[in-house]
Write a protein that binds this ligand. Structure first.
Ligand SMILES: Cc1ncc(COP(=O)(O)O)c(C=O)c1O
Length: 486
């Protein structure tokens, strides 16, 4: 496809702006441009066609089934987009004083109350803008807590599972902690013997997601909590998999002391490609004084931002947090009301339905009921036909299905991590099953077809490392730089 610059013709315009009669401001010579900006010159119709063609090539939850494990790509109710565009929310200035922003502050306060209930912990900050930022915030809270107890120097290690998401070790390192990994046992739980050997007086805490990235609820979680708490260490809950347990079990009741939520996963936001997110963090009473400042608080019938927090770790994000995300998540929770638990129940049911219908054609490394997602392995296909998880993922694209997460978690070879979410009807799930079964047949009968996939997408297999590490996002204007293919 041609780039917009390649469609450019001198003198063409997509619109015309009347000349104004204001005096031309004096701009010092050294600050003036030497030549006009080199913008593409196209008519409005060509401009619209260009971007429509690009939009047609992208794939999202609105295009088709998107079972991207761990990322929870669920439908985003359209009514929430209307709500967030209400003028009172949309036009509110972040510097508006509290008296003039009572509605927004009340919404944030009410969201905090719901989050407190979901986590089973008494205090929360809604500032962080992503799960990963929630992780860093949570670890900074741990640091502040131990420093306050005079154990800051002594406790220098965080333990994570060998199934942990990559952001966990990254956050541990950014927060200045050492990282120690604990193994997963044959049932997919944390290996308690390995854990007991690793938790010492130097341990600050555990970072764990439960259900794990294998989609399995840790059956030993109470014992895990006891092992850490008996050594004075804390438990951090990575809430990326909260979609499995809302209204059913609470991280606070499991023994976790700090919890982050991914509002964009569990409580719906149009996310992906770096889109807007929210990573609030809830804590036990003992950690409350350290929460970021400001906090949204209620005084009688009034709401305000509280900056008077002497022990706070400070601000972790501009203003009071990602406000549009708050509005959508609040609207999402209100729409379910007390039935919010049905969201998780349906997510778990959908995942188990797929698991039951696929387990005879793909290997199931941990033979248990799953929660909201599950991990299969393409290991047998690889051994018998030379077909990898990547080949399966690429072939799925030919059927208008977004690939599942692959090669993660690392403990499963040729992993295919599938998360259907609660918003998919049975017909979609059945269609996915048929395609996955067809692909398994093709692996045996026509392996070349899979190795060459995708055949029906705008681009075939890309050099993904190069695309990620050396993206060309500038037009070269005649230099060797640039030009996308296809
Ligand atoms: C298990 C897990 N933890 C943490 C994260 C990080 O969350 P975010 O993408 O909001 O930074 C993710 C993201 O997919 C995840 O799946």
């Amino acid at each position: 496809m041609e780039l917009i610059y390649e469609k450019s013709q001198p003198g063409r315009r997509a619109g015309s702006v009347p000349r104004n009669d204001l005096p031309v401001p004096e701009v010092p010579a050294e600050l003036r441009r030497k030549r006009p900006p080199r913008l593409p010159e196209v008519s409005e119709s060509e401009l619209v066609r260009h971007f429509t063609a690009l939009a047609d090539r992208t794939f999202g939850i609105d295009t088709g089934f998107y079972p991207l494990g761990s990322c929870t790509m669920k439908h985003n109710p359209r009514v929430n987009e209307r709500v967030v565009m209400l003028a009172g929310f949309r036009d509110l200035h972040p510097h508006q004083e509290d008296e003039g922003a009572q509605g927004a502050l009340e919404l944030m306060w009410r969201l905090q109350q719901y989050l407190i209930e979901v986590a089973g912990l008494p205090a929360v900050t809604i500032q962080p803008a992503a799960g990963s930022q929630g992780e860093l915030t949570g670890l900074m809270l741990m640091r502040a807590y131990f420093a306050d107890r005079g154990e800051g120097e002594q406790r220098d290690t965080i333990i994570t599972a060998d199934t942990a998401h990559g952001t966990n070790p990254a956050s541990v390192t950014m927060a200045g902690y050492k990282l120690e990994k604990v193994a997963t046992d044959a049932r997919g739980n944390l290996d308690l013997d390995d854990l007991r050997a690793k938790v010492t007086d130097r341990t600050a805490g555990l970072m764990l997601t439960n259900p794990s990235t294998l989609g399995l609820f840790d059956e030993g979680i109470e014992e895990v909590a006891e092992i850490f708490h008996s050594r004075g260490a804390l438990l951090y809950y990575d809430g990326a998999n909260l979609n499995a347990v809302v209204g059913i079990s609470r991280p606070g009741d499991m023994g976790f002391d700090i919890v982050h939520y991914n509002l964009h996963k569990t409580f719906s936001q149009p996310h992906g490609g770096g889109g807007p997110g929210g990573g609030p963090v809830a804590v036990r009473e003992t950690l409350e004084p350290f929460l970021p400042s400001p906090q949204v608080v209620r005084d009688g019938d009034a709401f305000r931002l509280d900056y008077d927090r002497p022990a706070s770790i400070g601000r972790v994000r501009g203003f009071a947090g990602p406000f549009g995300v708050f509005v959508r998540s609040y609207a999402f929770m209100r729409a379910y009301g007390p039935a919010l638990k049905e969201m998780s129940e349906a997510a778990v049911l959908n995942a188990n339905y797929l698991l039951a219908r696929l387990r005879d054609v793909y290997e199931l490394p941990y033979d248990r009921h799953c929660l909201h997602e599950f991990v299969l392995s393409a290991r047998t296909l690889k051994r018998e036909h030379g077909i990898t998880a990547l080949d399966v993922a690429k072939r799925l694209m030919d059927f208008g299905i977004h690939p599942p997460t692959i090669y993660f978690p690392l403990v499963v070879p040729e992993a295919l991590m599938i998360e259907p979410t609660e918003t998919e009807p049975k017909e979609r799930l059945d269609a996915f099953v048929e395609v996955m079964r067809q692909i398994a047949r093709e692996a045996a009968e026509q392996p070349d077809l899979l190795e060459g996939a995708p055949h029906r997408r705008p681009v075939r297999r890309l050099d993904e490392v190069k695309a990620a590490k050396e993206p060309v996002v500038r037009y070269g204007f005649g230099s060797d730089l640039v030009k996308t293919e296809a």
